[in-house]
Design a protein. Sequence first.
Length: 130
Amino acid sequence: MTFFQAVSSVLGKYATFHGRAPRSELWWFTLFGVLAPWIAGLLDLVLFHGVYFVQHGETQALSPLYSLAQLALLIPSFAVGARRFHDMNRTGWWQLLIFTGIGAFVVLVWFMFKGTEGPNRFGPDPLGQF
């Protein structure tokens, strides 16, 4: 799966928490989830330079595009994470480990494992479709 296929697949399944996602889909979308807000932040800097709505001590910021990009990618990020866990024949609720601190490392390692081959209780093998 290429970068553009992964991004279009995840955004096409914006809030779909069922089914399976291969590793490439998750990692390409993770890259997109880093690049898109970064580019939006640069656009904020260019478009809103010198205009500040939030001021914390000496730090001043206005980043509506960055904030909107992050917010827009929140649900599909959790959705692709759930589908990635489904590919490993685990429930998507395992994502909640991310909020425990050390659990984030466990989830990161699990996301690196290959999914179950062939169909499992969450659906057919996503690699069989490409």
